[in-house]
Design a binder for this molecule. Structure first.
Ligand code: SF4
Ligand code: SF4
Length: 340
């Protein structure tokens, strides 16, 4: 196992807030690992006025507040450009996460100075790897639109969701990103939410990557990206022995907002009706009872309590029953700054 020497853990920043706002759940694609769960997240597309009211609930102009607009596919929303402008007027730093289809001529309807980041999702360095996961023809559309966005002056980033289906191809991504002109590279780990729970690939009983493979591959690829001038970010996943465990539900301000009004503090909880808040009549209401909040303070040797409850298979134990790794909060990141 080798660890990239330039990687550093990005601790939870005091005062920083992140709002992950799913403005709809509809999507033109049907990715095999899609985590959207309409039974839990709803099927509504929020109207512009509702989005604006909900943005006001979380706006704190005096604090760094990052807004990530998500779906489904957010560019399917016909008023996305107006939503971005409304958010900027409330002093959010705005990122749009897209599957690359850029519906409703988004690049023609906003300027690059109006959006902080346009983030594309791609799960392979070529169509032969990406398209079996994300859909026929997706690689070509997504990479064409990345080139258009870069040429138009947008800050672009790319998310690669690592699973057993594509970890063997991750090392080829930095060269592609450099060629496309991508500035930031997010390597994400597949979660046991949505499709991965129910639609496992034929011949495999688990889409998740073994700890040894993750640790052997991901830091090296992040370093290779940094050497090409790309800022690489990936989840910590396994805590070193001397590192303290922290739960973002306690020490950070993250809100995951869905169109049915559910608001979670922890993304691992999104398949379950244990959300901390509910938006009712455009008001943010804290929920009593057995919600995710009750789990966050539980202190266990395995680290993240929701991981232990929902994804126990990714914890290995020694003969004496102690865990071989503590699992970090899924929101804790490692980063490698550009080296050139
Ligand atoms: S693009 Fe996103 S929302 Fe759409 S199917 Fe793929 S993972 Fe799901
Ligand atoms: S992933 Fe685990 S540690 Fe992070 S917020 Fe959720 S429960 Fe807390």
């Amino acid at each position: 196992m080798t660890t990239a020497p330039a990687a550093r853990t990005v601790g939870f920043q005091e005062g920083e807030r992140n709002i992950f706002f799913h403005i709809l759940t509809a999507c033109n694609l049907a990715c095999r690992h899609c985590y959207i769960n309409p039974a839990q997240h709803g099927t509504a597309t929020l109207g512009f006025d509702t989005v604006r009211q909900w943005l006001k609930l979380f706006a704190r102009p005096e604090r760094q507040t990052n807004l990530i607009l998500l779906g489904g596919e957010p560019t399917l929303h016909p008023e996305l450009a107006a939503i971005i402008r409304a958010a900027k007027s409330m002093r959010y730093a705005v990122t749009v996460d897209t599957n690359g289809y850029l519906f409703h001529d988004l690049l023609d309807r906003i300027g690059p100075q109006e959006l902080d980041y346009l983030s594309f999702s791609l799960d392979g360095p070529e169509a032969a790897v990406n398209d079996p996961i994300r859909g026929e023809g997706v690689f070509a559309v997504c990479t064409d639109n990345i080139r258009r966005a870069v040429a138009a002056g947008f800050n672009t980033s790319l998310i690669y969701t690592v699973s057993n289906l594509n970890i063997g191809h991750l090392h080829r991504m930095p060269a592609l990103l450099a060629d496309l002109g991508i500035r930031r590279f997010f390597i994400q780990v597949i979660g046991l939410r949505g499709n991965p729970v129910v639609k496992k690939p034929v011949g495999q009983d688990n889409w998740q990557v073994a700890p040894e493979e993750w640790l052997a591959v991901v830091p090296e690829v992040a370093l290779a990206a940094a050497r090409l001038g790309i800022h690489a970010i990936y989840p910590k996943v396994y805590l070193d022995a001397e590192e303290a465990f922290q739960c973002a539900g306690i020490v950070a301000d993250n809100f995951f907002v869905f169109p049915n009004g559910r608001v979670y503090r922890c993304p691992l909880c999104e398949d379950h009706p244990i959300h901390s808040y509910l938006i009712e009549d455009n008001r943010l209401v804290y929920r009593d009872g057995l919600t995710e909040d009750r789990f966050f303070p539980l202190n266990i040797p395995e680290g993240c309590v929701m991981n232990k409850l929902l994804q126990p298979d990714n914890i290995r134990y020694r003969a004496d029953g102690t865990p071989m790794h503590r699992i970090s909060c899924c929101l804790l990141k490692q980063e490698v700054a550009p080296l050139s």
